[in-house]
Design a binder for this molecule. Structure first.
Ligand code: KIV
Ligand code: ZN
Length: 524
């Protein structure tokens, strides 16, 4: 085989990584991201060499439109994609948002299953085929790179799915996505769907087939890999597996399975995996969704060895209990303990080892927070620094900020909280009592920022061991069906609680500006 021929062969085995953290991921109840956070995440994904970044759903809100447009302006290496229903107005808005992109893509979709046809769209099979042709043709007139998705593909009659895929290809789609929208499929079944399309749809050899798997049965990653074995060469994934309901296939798991199990999966991606941990931590910080300790690849315990037998094996040879190195996913670095005498240089090096590269302003702020923490706490561990930086990133752009808090607590009630916040720089203060100190703090927040949101979750955990450990608090609020989460860390549990509540409120107010569009078939 000539080297040219072998390159061509290997290019056929390349799996395109399509990240939908900012679109499907942001559809997770409570996971809203600000414009600044999305811009930062886009930079991290570009550094990771993600091929396609689905940056939002431009018709959904001005915020989504602006995020897709501004990401299109700053990202030059990855393709920037926007989502659009099968309506002219959606497709045109999407084309406008991706216009500044060096490489832009319109991703348009329509449901194909009998359930969605009958109950949501009230369209016949022929209506669906016609709408596919119309919407994809319109998108192709506005953009060279068009992806079409068959929503609820895995519950669609296979012969009709073939006709839909053929119609999309004929109308000019370059990528056709076969979503397991409801997370119902089983790996061998999903693989067979792709094999059937590869074998039976004319023109399929000229386009890329894609997977998009939801995790309702915990099978999203297995299904995505099975789809690749069946002929898909794009996988749609989200960092930490966030997404509608039980989420999407986790980017880090799919990418590392492709890398570690090349023997079984003779395909490759271009992802630079050492950026994985940083991306995971950043997404967790900005969404307020904690990563479970035993989560594959990015969990706190993913590379921890507790039992004596395992530790002994690891000391003799890392391969005894590790199938990949922590460094390969950016979980490297020494566990150098930092303290109040550690300087800015050591702090920056520590951040780098933990996967953070902050701009000058963010670095200065994080360093100041670190110094404050080191004054209160003798040993500052890696987990303390992660909590502190994530906290700064999560709250940095908040409109409402906690300025001062004093709480009177103890056996003699009622407990009392004196609180000062700033709302867009303007101070507001209040005193409130409550049934316990946390209740008093939250009542004081109600006084300074009146709102009707209901507290759905209040969760505290210690970042490290010891009585001087930082408390990491998560708060979830719900108002009019909208859910938002907030997080904060502090050595003072009540301060962390106040900050987490205020962070959730900020996220809730940001989310209010965004409303989810209904399913529509065609607005032509
Ligand atoms: O799950 C799904 O079907 C989707 C489509 C819009 C691609 O997210
Ligand atoms: Zn989805």
């Amino acid at each position: 085989m000539t080297s040219q021929a072998s390159n061509a062969a290997s290019e056929r085995d390349r799996v395109i990584i399509f990240d939908t953290t900012m679109r499907d991921g942001e559809q997770s109840p409570g996971a809203s991201m600000s414009l600044e956070e999305k811009l930062e995440l886009a930079k991290i994904l570009e550094e990771m060499r993600v091929d396609v970044i689905e940056a939002g759903f431009p018709i959904a809100s001005n915020g989504d439109f602006e995020a897709v447009r501004q990401i299109s302006e700053i990202v030059t290496e990855s393709t920037i994609c926007g989502l659009a229903r099968a309506a002219a107005i959606d497709i045109e808005r999407c084309a406008e948002a991706i216009r500044p992109a060096k490489r832009g893509r319109i991703h348009t979709f329509l449901s194909t299953s009998p359930s969605h046809r009958d109950h949501i769209l009230k369209m016949s099979q022929e209506d669906i085929l016609e709408a596919i042709t119309r919407s994809v043709t319109h998108a192709r007139n506005l953009c060279d790179d068009v992806e079409w998705s068959a929503q609820d593909a895995t519950r669609t009659e296979q012969d009709f799915l073939r006709r839909c895929v053929e119609a999309a290809i004929k109308a000019g789609a370059k990528t056709v996505n076969i979503p397991d929208t409801v997370g119902y499929s089983y790996p061998s079944e999903y693989e067979a769907i792709f094999r059937d399309l590869v074998e039976n749809v004319p023109g399929v050899e000229n386009i890329i087939l894609s997977t998009h798997c939801h995790n309702d049965l915990g099978l999203a990653v297995a299904n995505s890999l099975a789809g690749v074995q069946g002929g898909a060469r794009q996988v749609e994934v989200a960092v930490n597996g966030i997404g509608e309901r039980a989420g999407n296939a986790a980017l880090e798991e799919v990418v590392m399975a492709l890398k570690v199990r090349g023997d079984r999966l003779p395909y490759f991606s271009g992802a630079e995996t050492q950026h994985i941990t940083r991306a995971s931590r950043y997404v967790s910080a900005i969404t307020g969704f904690p990563v479970q300790f035993n989560k594959a690849i990015v969990g706190k315990n993913a590379f921890a060895h507790e039992s004596g037998i395992h530790q002994d094996g690891m000391l003799k040879d890392r391969g005894t209990y590790e199938i990949m190195t922590p460094e390969s996913v950016g979980q490297g670095g020494s566990n150098l303990v930092m303290g109040k005498h550690s300087g800015r240089h050591a702090f920056r090096e520590k951040l780098k080892a933990l996967g953070y590269e902050l701009g000058q302003n963010a670095l200065n702020e994080a360093f100041q927070r670190f110094k404050d923490l080191a004054d209160k706490k003798k040993h500052v561990f890696d987990d303390d620094i992660v909590a502190l930086v994530d906290d700064a990133l999560a709250s940095g752009a908040d409109r409402i900020q906690v300025k001062q808090l004093r709480v009177i607590a103890g056996t003699e009630g009622p407990q009392e909280a004196h609180l000062t916040v700033t709302v867009e720089g303007v101070e507001r203060s209040a005193t409130a009592t409550g049934d316990g100190p946390v209740d008093a703090v939250f009542n004081a927040i109600h006084e300074v920022v009146p709102h009707t949101a209901i507290l759905r979750l209040f969760q505290v955990h210690a970042v490290t061991e010891g009585t001087d450990a930082q408390a990491q608090v998560s708060v979830r609020l719900e108002e009019d069906g909208r859910i938002a989460t907030g997080q904060a860390a502090d050595t003072d549990t009540l301060t962390a609680s106040a900050k987490a509540y205020v962070n959730a409120l900020n996220n809730l107010f940001a989310r209010k500006e965004k409303t989810a569009p209904d399913a529509i078939a065609s607005g032509f």
